[in-house]
Design a protein around this ligand. Structure first.
Ligand SMILES: C[S@@+](CC[C@H](N)C(=O)[O-])C[C@H]1O[C@@H](n2cnc3c(N)ncnc32)[C@H](O)[C@@H]1O
Length: 204
């Protein structure tokens, strides 16, 4: 069963479990977006749109998700276009976004490195990506999470992703800030910037 099947089942109850716990860190992450900047902003894996209330006005937003049932719950607004697609194979041109929001998606997809490489590809040089997710530290054993991962990776999320390992696939992206967000630092809020001199294309 693919993730889009399980998220179709999760969609009706997703907000009840995630909204309150994530509201504060979500707001803090998105406070880095400028207002009234006419920026192009991609929200990869937008889910039910819990980011939407925190998006400042005056930009052009694109929300992408694999699961139609999640997209169907996104609050409609004139400045937000919705696209069904794969965060590991984005249907957008190189250097077409000023910002990419990656909230609870990098550790969800089967290949986090491809997700970051695609974000790097579609970002303009100097553009920024905002990651919010749960990551293991390099060398962290975390036996319970690694055991649970055998099931969870197929139904909701991976639990074994080391952020630094995934980032190695996107050398155009540099870490600008990396802060603990939730659960004693298991969840981290990470800002990445695309190096101004990097070549645009990291596609396979
Ligand atoms: C944990 S939810 C996060 C949703 C939202 N970003 C949030 O912060 O609440 C993960 C979302 O990723 C979507 N998803 C899973 N695999 C995907 C992929 N390969 N490409 C795009 N979206 C994907 C799921 O459908 C689901 O909506």
């Amino acid at each position: 069963m693919g993730l889009h099947h399980t998220y179709r089942l999760i969609a009706p109850v997703y907000d009840a479990f995630i909204r309150r716990a994530s509201a504060g860190v979500r707001a803090a992450s998105l406070a880095r977006l400028p207002a009234n900047a006419a920026a192009r902003v991609l929200i990869a894996g937008i889910g039910t749109g819990l980011d939407a209330p925190h998006l400042p006005p005056g930009n052009r937003y694109v929300g992408l998700d694999l699961t139609a049932a999640m997209l169907a719950r996104v609050p409609r607004r004139d400045d937000l276009a919705l696209v069904r697609g794969d965060a590991m194979r984005l249907p957008f041109a190189d250097r077409s976004f000023d910002f990419v929001v990656l909230h609870l998606i990098v550790a969800v997809v089967p290949q986090p490195a491809r997700c970051l490489a695609e974000a790097a590809r579609v970002l303009k040089p100097g553009g920024r990506a905002f990651v919010l997710d749960k990551f293991l530290r390099q060398g962290e054993r975390a036996p319970l999470r690694r055991t649970l991962n055998a099931l969870s990776r197929h139904v909701a999320t991976r639990l074994d992703v080391v952020f630094e390992d995934a980032l190695a696939a996107a050398p155009a992206l540099a870490v600008e800030s990396d802060e603990p967000a939730l659960a004693g630092g298991w969840f981290r809020s990470i800002a990445l910037v695309k190096r101004a001199t990097s070549s645009s294309s990291t596609r396979r």
